[in-house]
Design a protein around this ligand. Sequence first.
Ligand code: SDX
Length: 434
Amino acid sequence: MDARKTGKNAKLTVGDKSWEFPVLGGSIGPEVVDISKLYGQTGMFTYDPGFTSTASCESKITYIDGDQGILLYRGYPIEQLAEHGDFLETCYLLLYGELPNKTQKSDFDYRITRHTMVHEQMARFFQGFRRDAHPMAVMVACVGALSAFYHDSTDISDPHQRMVASMRMIAKIPTLAAMVYKYSIGQPFVYPKNELDYASNFLRMCFSVPCEEYKLNPVLARALDRIFILHADHEQNASTSTVRLAGSSGANPFACIAAGIACLWGPAHGGANEAALQMLMEIGSVDRIPEFIRRAKDKNDSFRLMGFGHRVYKNYDPRAKIMQKTCHDVLAEVGHKNDPLLQVAMELERIALHDDYFVEKKLYPNIDFYSGITLKAMGFPTSMFTVLFALARTVGWIGQWREMIEDPEQRIGRPRQLFTGAPRRDYTDIAKRK
Ligand code: SDX
């Protein structure tokens, strides 16, 4: 279904003038006031820095109920998808809107698997970076550079090219992410192997070396596949909104995804998984937790509990619960079930969930709280955590980008402002300035 007129109107009264704006409804979730004609009718803008009360688009992909702690991909609960499906099934669902049947699934797996290699020139592209460059810096550059190699899938007006670019992006992002990791540790790049599933292929490209056969751990591969599912999409978060805004100008999909990666890097967003692990390592032991809880509550201290809080979830992030269980599974598998960082994380969560400050501000662990411990136990350095987030979120970005491009009402995004700077004034010659 599409947005529908509810027959209700919102009345705006300013002084002795009033205007009415239609209220639109969706399938589930809050109704919206359509203010697209507000400026034309009133000469005023709305003001909503951070877009806390603004719906930027109509979408059919992901639904979040922050109060209930619900996350649905095309209507399916994240818990069920993570439990019963695999990441490529979730990719198909996000892109096409329905779960694939057996034929569709095997065809989709085949198409993705056979686009996993990147242009051989990309390997030379890496040579310009320092080995100690942050992996996210290299990711932004390499993904943006894909548009320099795949000219035949940058015409966004061509549905076929949009589909090819989407497949290429989802297929190549693990290969690029693994190359970024290998480059940072001075090891040779590892080519993908077509007989492996998506997560296993990525683990092998990251951790195998030419000197010996790589032994895949199916428990870790399944855990990583589930982690990818949890990170695949999340409504109009900052990086997805970045991708949509970049795409609204007609920029090619590779450039748009590179913009999304850049935005995700921030510690308030996808960079929180790296920051959360660093915080847990700084806390170090359970007895230091009260000091950090106090700092998190201190208005004069910029410290925040990384991995806690969320703009939308004012209840537990449903992904965090699944992430916590996956964390236990991985730690047990690698023999670190008594990892001190996990003890600190669990005690920190227990204390925070009973502390009036966190309860009153509805601050719960989010997806980033347990992911760092899990990825560290799998062998990834902290600098790679946000790269893995970007890898998984690429399908969400591509799906939202395609939905925006195919929306007949789509126009270039161009917000306005509340101007509080200097009114018009004339130029003064430097000789006359004080
Ligand atoms: C992701 O949007 C998405 O969907 C994102 C994401 C996705 O899948 O795409 O879910 C992924 O980005 C998860 C969030 C990861 N970020 C962190 O864990 C960083 C720590 N958390 C915060 O910085 C913060 O909670 C945000 C950025 C996540 C949300 O910020 P908001 O909604 O703008 O909330 P806010 O900053 O206005 O905080 C409200 C109050 C403030 O206190 P007051 O000024 O009202 O007194 O809560 C406090 C904040 O000081 N607060 C925290 C806190 N987070 C908010 N206090 C201590 N520790 C925290 N973590």
